[in-house]
Ligand binder design. Structure first.
Ligand code: TXA
Ligand code: MG
Length: 310
């Protein structure tokens, strides 16, 4: 049987399927199956009140999951889905507490990845067609951007009946932009490849600067962190790992982890550089963060969290 069909059947039978997306790999379960969703939290060691993103394959599933969708949210969905964007909307009754962490909102995303989309479509033919999935890493750790990362991070915690789909390297490389769509204007909760400017251009609205009381796990001060200590903007010393744009030279005695030529490549390769550093058991990674807005801003957000503000 074709792997994707087999994976859809696994979801239907209540098992977990880790799958590739363009941002990072997700650890998926049927979003309507409480026991399956509970296993995601076990495998990840994730605190139970943390909401999960529900992945869908088509905008026409949106009304099943969300209520009172504002016009600007529909505009964003039409423009950027499938894509690296999650919308937080008022939940419909199918979105239970075990997915939303007891909140009255639900996070929804249509990923832009061939395998993810065909998995979702196959699962729609035989089941709910909705996959609840956080990033497929241990809580607080680095998100996986390849099959190998998923396997080394959570492989031993999966059961014989769970499955990991291989879809190569995640092209975006950092998690989706999260936008709170419960107010009169959109509010950015987690920066990503869909930038503030793109959101403002499409909606014709200014982003809300109001402080929201919505919980976002990426907003914990230490997150996305490798075992090695991440330090920003210092001169690397002998034995350090080093991450910087290609234009920066590698000092003698330092292990160059990646040399991205562009900000896009920086995002794409960052987490795999963290994984390599941990495999090499490096103690410390020195990073020169990229300057600028947009994707560079999202990268700096992840670097700050990985360095715990250091
Ligand atoms: O790119 C991504 O978003 C990846 C791929 C797999 O789709 N997923 C991902 O999931 O990064 P996770 O669980 O690692 O991060 C999702 C974030 C969490 O911080 C969670 O708190 C937030 O989304 N979230 C989900 N539902 C929410 C809700 N109803 N209200 C507020 N935040 C929510
Ligand atoms: Mg995560």
């Amino acid at each position: 049987m074709d792997k994707v069909k087999e994976a859809a059947q696994k979801l239907k039978n209540g098992f977990l399927v880790a799958f590739p997306t363009e941002t990072v790999y997700g650890l998926g379960a049927d979003a309507t199956n409480q026991e399956s969703v509970a296993r995601i939290f076990e495998v990840k060691n994730r605190p139970i009140n943390h909401p999960l993103i529900v992945h869908l394959s088509s905008i026409n599933q949106l009304p099943d999951w969300a209520l009172e969708i504002p016009k600007y949210a529909n505009e964003l969905a039409t423009e950027f889905w499938p894509g690296p964007m999650t919308l937080i909307l008022k939940r419909n009754i199918i979105a239970k507490d075990f997915v939303t962490g007891g909140q009255e909102t639900v996070g929804i995303r249509i990923p832009n990845h061939k395998i993810a989309l065909s998995l979702l479509e196959e699962f729609r033919k035989i089941g709910s067609g909705a996959i609840a999935a956080p990033s497929a890493n241990k809580f607080g750790k680095v998100s996986p951007t390849s099959f190998e990362h998923v396997k080394s991070e959570i492989g031993k915690d999966l059961s014989h009946d769970d499955l990991i789909l291989d879809g190569g390297i995640s092209l975006v490389g950092i998690e989706s932009t999260i936008i709170d769509c419960t107010g009169s204007s959109p509010k950015a909760l987690r920066p990503g490849a869909i930038t503030d400017k793109m959101i403002e251009d499409v909606t014709g609205m200014q982003l809300s600067k109001q402080v929201s009381n919505i919980r976002v796990s990426g907003s914990f001060s230490s997150h996305y962190a490798p075992n090695a200590k991440v330090v920003l903007d210092i001169e690397p010393q002998q034995g350090d790992g080093f991450i910087a744009l290609a234009e920066f030279e590698t000092p003698v005695g330092v292990t160059r982890l990646i040399s991205p030529k562009t900000v896009e490549e920086f995002a794409q390769e960052l987490y795999s550089a963290f994984h390599i550093a941990d495999q090499m058991k490096l103690q410390r990674i020195v990073v020169i963060p990229p300057h600028g807005d947009d994707l560079a801003f999202a990268i700096r957000d992840r670097l700050l969290k990985a360095s715990n503000g250091k």
